[in-house]
Write a new protein. Sequence first.
Length: 359
Amino acid sequence: MMILVAVLGLGYISAASAENMRLFDIKSGKVTYTIRGSANMMGIATQIEGKKRVVFDNYGARNLTETVRQEKRSGMGGNQTTKTHTMTLMDGGTIYQVDFRHKKIIKMANVGAAMLGGGNMRQKGLAMMKQMGGRKTGTDRVLGYTCDIWELMGTKQCIYKGITLKVESNIMGITNTEIATDAEFDIGLSGRDFKLPDYPVQEGTGPMNTPPGYNGGGRAIQQPSAQDMAKMAEAVKAMGAAVQNSGMDMHNPDTSPQAQQKLQNAMISAMMPQMKQQMLSQEKVLMFLKRCLTDADILGAAQQCAHKADEMMGESGEPLEKWDARTKEETLQEIDRALEGVACARQAKTPQAMQHCMQ
């Protein structure tokens, strides 16, 4: 959520614009990025790596984004790798999302265009970041281009004429970097640069014109309800209030470890209800895994346990490749540590206690 807030002014708007919107101050271009990320929470270590490419024309009114990511998790239930491949084309008032798993393309109206209006979206995006406490802290050079550094809630972006060339974040032990490795601007483009796979096109029918349970990457998820959206809005508001309540002067910030810890504590305090609810919601899955894997003495049985747990969490991953006495013992120990974290979260009353539970 924090990363989403940090890039709201640029990333989300880039996917929701129309012909009369000017996203960038450059007419056309191609940018390739490298993605890296890591996290270690509740005994589960995660490593993320991937590539992304963006092609745009007409100052961003037509743009194609393709991302290939691989997420490796080690911990509860053994090692697991999840791969996602997404491609989205925005062409004026229409958006096309490619479902590589089912080999089809979802076509939908660009409802964000009507919600956000036209005009210079680069200026609107920066204005939104300022309202949320974002600040410009200097400049940097990426691939020879001088970009402005903007910081907000633990995330730093380097923006060149509306185009983000580098993103770095480190929020409560969750790190993420996305940096441009190649960029060409003001170049000639053709329809081939925006070509989608030769899949059948399906009209969107679900909420926001997308099929129910569809997320564009071939993995089924539950569509957020109106109540979920309201909770997300409350979380965003709470984090903004946390920055103000921490007493940090965003125009002349104190970057000492003590001040940073105070800000982090304020943000954790604001997000404690959501964080606690999320951790407690995992208890049912953890208890199931513990019972199921305790009785699993062969690889096939352990794979069935892991598959059922994936279904309960709405996820999908590669099957277990190894299951022996040592792996079983280590996995059950990791599950016990995770359950201890859940029990800790249930009793946590302070930001420091909640942070301890997440380690």
